[in-house]
Design a protein around this ligand. Structure first.
Ligand code: ADP
Length: 302
């Protein structure tokens, strides 16, 4: 089979996860990176999975790059910005509930779309490029526009663009700005992978079908509306409307990266020519494993 090149674009952060003894484990995670990490596990070894972002030149930036490389992820598209470093978040546990504190104000990744030539070079020749609403949220408005311009050009040259709206209101000045930016970004995407618990309230979509129609109207040829444990509603140009019911997971431990890992399973299957139902089955199979363990990156039983 043909070798594929896949690139995901966004911010990977240092994650400080509490242990029993008040010490913390240091991990690396971030939505677009999590999807790359799972794609790397799911795809044949001769497919290339790369990450596009920016980091600093300090020790923790080097450690993050080394982690990516050890996971088999190509890092040529990670810019180095000496005056910056990587962002960090800390998970706090109180009575079993997780809350997050973030330090990402000056993270290098905010400049990932600063250099148009670098970005164009990064996406050139890729079969599939994925980005998300979080990727957009961290960029300045001119850089956001630059990223969309580069992706539009890539799409015109035959690259499939996948987009997960991943709407995080606290990363945006207000809801309207977020909804406008996500809607604009979706216009450059072939595949849109929203979650109904975010798109429903933000766009006042009454049903997942309404979410599908909105993204079809903006030019998507494939839309998959995830809904936690609920029914997945999807559409593809070739197969029309399709629904899929995930097998319920009884013992959910941590839903971090449920959507990111679903996206990886779904996209990996589609790259190998799977039908929509088979690809959603794969996505749900992967995310079911992920939510049964703690943390964003869970080694898979493939
Ligand atoms: P996101 O993390 O983007 O909000 P969702 O919560 O919608 O994503 O979940 C993504 C996928 O993970 C779902 O489509 C489903 O396959 C799986 N999933 C999530 N929660 C459960 C659950 N409780 N039981 C079974 N599968 C689940």
């Amino acid at each position: 089979m043909r070798k594929h090149q896949i690139l995901t674009i966004g911010e990977c952060m240092v994650e400080m996860a509490p242990r029993q003894d008040e010490a913390y484990n240091r991990n690396f995670a971030g939505d677009s990176f999590n999807t790359a990490w799972y794609l790397r596990q799911l795809l044949p070894s001769d497919d290339q999975v790369g990450y596009c972002s920016a980091v600093g030149t300090d020790g923790i930036s080097n450690a993050m790059l080394a982690f990516m490389q050890a996971a088999g992820i190509a890092t040529q598209a990670v810019r180095r910005i000496p005056s910056r470093t990587v962002g960090l978040y800390m998970i706090e546990l109180a009575n079993g509930e997780r809350s997050f504190s973030y330090w990402r104000g000056e993270s290098a990744a905010k400049l990932l779309a600063e250099d148009r030539a670098f970005l164009s070079q990064a996406v050139a020749g890729q079969n599939l490029v994925l980005f998300s609403g979080i990727t957009l949220a961290i960029l300045s408005e001119p850089h956001r526009q630059q990223l969309l311009d580069v992706l539009r050009d890539a799409r015109a040259s035959g690259t499939t663009i996948a987009f997960d709206p991943n709407m995080r209101l606290r990363l945006w000045p207000d809801q309207q700005t977020m909804c406008d930016a996500v809607a604009k970004a979706a216009m450059v995407a072939d595949i849109v992978l929203p979650s109904f618990d975010e798109d429903g309230p933000n766009y006042r979509d009454e049903t997942p079908q309404a979410t599908i129609e909105r993204y079809k109207a903006s030019g998507a040829t494939c839309v998959v509306v995830k809904n936690g444990p609920g029914r997945v509603h999807a559409f593809s140009k070739d197969e029309g409307s399709v629904v899929f019911d995930p097998v319920p997971v009884e013992t959910v431990v941590d839903t971090t990266a449920a959507g990111d890992s679903f996206n990886a399973g779904f996209l990996a299957a589609r790259l190998s020519g799977a039908s929509m139902v088979d690809a959603m089955t794969r996505g749900a199979f992967v995310s079911a494993q992920v939510i049964k363990s703690r943390g964003a990156l869970v080694p898979l039983q493939i």
